[in-house]
Each structure stands twice: as structure tokens, then as C-alpha cells.
Design a protein around this ligand. Structure first.
Ligand code: SAH
Ligand code: SF4
Length: 362
């Protein structure tokens, strides 16, 4: 193969508009009409790409031969991240390291328990928000993932599960967008992805099984309240004063606690729905009984369930995990005030798959 030819291929690969996994149903409808095909072909194409997870245009035999030929002539293809490595923790958690065409690396994590198999997806490669306790934040700003890269994480993980990767689990039951990056800084692609993910003719996950976690991008919380289509909201709170929160999460300078809490108070919730509050407990920083009492006050009147996550140390971090007594006392103060507060010990720490440990390094 000659040099210029290879160059053409690599340019094609990063042309998002040619990757069929970058289209929602509505976008396929426009594409199909623009190339003079019958409108019903859009739904067929969409079904082949997401529901049937085709890996080539040739296998989409229900499409007319002329449409398949046309798509190939126009250099359309089906993009996919490359599975570079898979690491299984002794607790059963599996971390997948994926490579993207521009050599960027991302990670997603499969977390099995008795009843569920949760897939934790990345929304960006890296994160510009640089929270002090988070290893992804130490990577600095990466880039937004495309719809194809969001769907691609699911499809690779799902294929592995269907091939029997984790005993006792035949399908992914829950999705959390709690991997690398801030989903609400990639709002458009994340919302397009949620549409495809939760569509029966798309990737087929029930919207109630999906949770999106944000560090607190207030205007997007409001938008998500209108757009979420049944998916749940989680917010990484992590502190009860602006002073501590701004130190831990610099985004707090832009969206301080009073604005964030007001957005949560205004967030529309149906019966039985609640906002998940994530609170990483860090020794002597945000783990005192006074913090717990302030948290009760701050969240008063909002329907929440609180996930208490003891800090996962990572190389180079000066922060520490609190001792067990502290965690217990903190949780008890919340429970005594009738708040739902669950301790969540992150899984997969031995393979760097736990909350805050994702850095795209395998
Ligand atoms: N950017 C979004 C989505 C990532 S979710 C957000 O911050 O919400 C990642 C979750 O892991 C967040 O709730 C964060 O508070 C938590 N986390 C980050 N680093 C951690 C660490 N070292 N130990 C425990 N939890 C951590
Ligand atoms: Fe980014 Fe979330 Fe990590 Fe903060 S906790 S650096 S917002 S990924």
C-alpha cells in the first residue's frame, strides 16, 4: 500500500460524518433523504447499526444492494474503538482499556453484583475540571467523545458479555456515566447517545437503568431536567462549604453551593425518583460530624439518596481515606436524620478501575 493511500484511510477514519455510528435516527433520516433513498431505509439502517450491531456495510443484507453500494462509494464505515487491554480485578470488576483512532485512550468498567451488571462509561478522554481527589482530573483537558465512541464502549463491553466474559451475567443491566470526564461538558453527544442507548430499536437499555453523574454544571442540570427521558441524575457534591468544595472541585468557583443546591431543589422528580448525591469521604477534609450535620441541612427537603464513597488513593495524591469509625459515624448522622445514605466501596481498586482511578493507562 502506498503512503498517500494510507494517509487517505487515516483521514477517513477521523471523519466523524462518515462513521455510521455517529448518527441518531433523525440524522439518518436526513442523510437517507439527501442521497435520494426512501425514508423507511433510515430506520432499517439505524436498526442495523445499533440494535443488530453490524460491523460492516456488507452484512446489512436487508438494505437494498444499491444503498449499500452507495454508502461504500461515499466512504461510509462503521467505526469502533479498539480493545487494547482487559483487566479483571479479584472482586470480579473488569476494566477495559480502549484506543481511539487519534491514539487517545479511554476506559470503561464492568461491575457485576448478584443482581446487576453495571457498565461505567467515559464521556470525555481526560477532564478539564481537575478535582483534587480524582486521577482523571490530573490528565487535564482531553476531548469530547463522539456518539460513535460512546456507543462503541457499550458495544465492545456488550459483545464481551455475550461471549461469556463474566460468569452468571448474560447482559448489561445498568449504565452509569461515571467514568472519565464530565458528561455535561459533552452535553450534546451525551444526550444523542442517551437517545440511542434507551431506544428499543437502538441499544435497548431501559431509561430507568441509566444514571448520569455531574460535578455540578448548573445550567446543564436544568436542561437535563427537561431532556433526560427517564434517566437519573447524580451529583458529585463532596463538600458542605464553598471553601472546602472550591479547594476540592475548582468548578465550585463558577457554580457555588447555593446555585447548585437551588438547581437540585428545582429539579423535576416523579414519584419514587430521587437525585443521587455522591460524597467522597476524605480524611480530615470533609469527613467530620460537623460536615455530616451540614450535609443534612444542605439537602433538607430535596429527595436524595446519598452514596458515601471512601476516597480511593492513587499514586501521587496527598489525600487519605478516613478510618472506618469516621465513615460509620458520618453515615449514622445521616441515617438518624432519615436520609437514605449508602456506603459505596469502589470496586476494582487492584486494577485501577475504582472511582477516580481512570487515567487511560491500563
Ligand atoms: N465528572 C463527573 C462524572 C465522573 S463520576 C462527576 O464528577 O460527577 C466520578 C465519581 O467518582 C465522582 O462522583 C467523583 O466524586 C468520584 N471520585 C473521583 N475520584 C475519586 C477517588 N479518588 N475516590 C473515590 N471517588 C472518587
Ligand atoms: Fe472530572 Fe468528575 Fe474527575 Fe472532577 S471527579 S476531575 S469532574 S471526572
Amino acid at each position: 500500500m502506498s503512503g498517500p493511500f494510507l494517509f487517505k484511510i487515516s483521514l477517513m477514519k477521523i471523519n466523524n460524518k462518515k462513521d455510521l455510528r455517529n448518527y441518531t435516527l433523525e440524522e439518518f433520516q436526513k442523510l437517507i433523504t439527501s442521497i435520494g433513498q426512501k425514508p423507511f431505509r433510515a430506520k432499517q439502517l439505524y436498526g442495523w447499526v445499533y440494535k443488530r450491531r453490524a460491523v460492516s456495510i456488507d452484512e446489512m443484507t436487508e438494505l437494498s444492494l444499491s444503498l449499500r453500494e452507495r454508502l461504500k462509494e461515499d466512504s461510509f464505515f462503521i467505526g469502533s474503538p479498539k480493545l487494547l487491554k482487559q483487566l479483571t480485578s479479584k472482586d470480579g470488576t473488569v476494566k477495559l482499556l480502549l484506543g481511539l483512532p487519534d491514539d487517545v485512550r479511554i476506559e470503561c468498567v464492568l461491575i457485576p453484583d448478584e443482581k446487576r451488571l453495571t457498565l461505567c462509561l467515559s464521556s470525555q478522554a481526560g477532564c478539564s475540571l481537575e478535582c483534587e481527589f480524582c486521577m482523571t482530573g490530573t490528565m487535564g483537558a482531553g476531548r469530547n467523545l463522539t456518539l460513535s465512541e460512546l456507543a462503541g464502549q457499550f458495544i465492545i463491553a456488550n459483545d464481551l458479555i455475550e461471549d461469556g466474559l463474566i460468569e452468571g451475567h448474560k447482559r448489561i443491566s445498568n449504565i452509569v456515566m461515571m467514568g472519565m470526564g464530565e458528561p455535561f461538558l459533552n452535553y450534546n453527544n451525551v444526550m444523542r447517545f442517551l437517545g440511542v442507548l434507551t431506544d428499543d430499536n437502538g441499544l435497548g437499555i431501559g431509561p430507568r437503568k441509566v444514571t448520569v453523574s455531574t460535578s455540578g454544571i448548573v445550567p446543564k442540570i436544568k436542561m437535563f431536567g427537561e431532556d433526560h427521558g427517564g434517566a437519573s441524575l447524580a451529583v458529585s457534591l463532596n463538600a458542605t462549604t464553598d471553601e472546602v468544595r472550591s479547594r476540592l472541585m475548582p468548578i465550585n468557583d463558577k457554580y457555588p453551593l447555593n446555585k447548585l443546591i437551588a438547581a437540585l431543589r428545582a429539579y423535576p422528580l416523579k414519584k419514587r425518583e430521587a437525585i443521587t448525591i455522591e460524597y467522597v469521604l476524605i480524611k480530615d477534609v470533609n469527613d467530620t460530624p460537623d460536615d455530616a450535620r451540614r450535609l443534612v441541612k444542605l439537602l433538607g427537603g430535596i429527595k436524595v439518596k446519598i452514596n458515601l464513597i471512601p476516597f480511593n488513593p492513587y499514586p501521587g495524591s496527598v489525600l487519605k481515606r478516613p478510618d472506618e469509625r469516621r465513615v460509620f459515624t458520618f453515615q449514622k448522622i445521616l441515617l438518624d436524620k432519615k436520609l437514605v445514605a449508602v456506603r459505596r466501596d469502589s470496586r476494582g481498586a487492584d486494577v485501577g478501575a475504582a472511582c477516580g482511578q481512570l487515567k487511560g493507562e491500563g
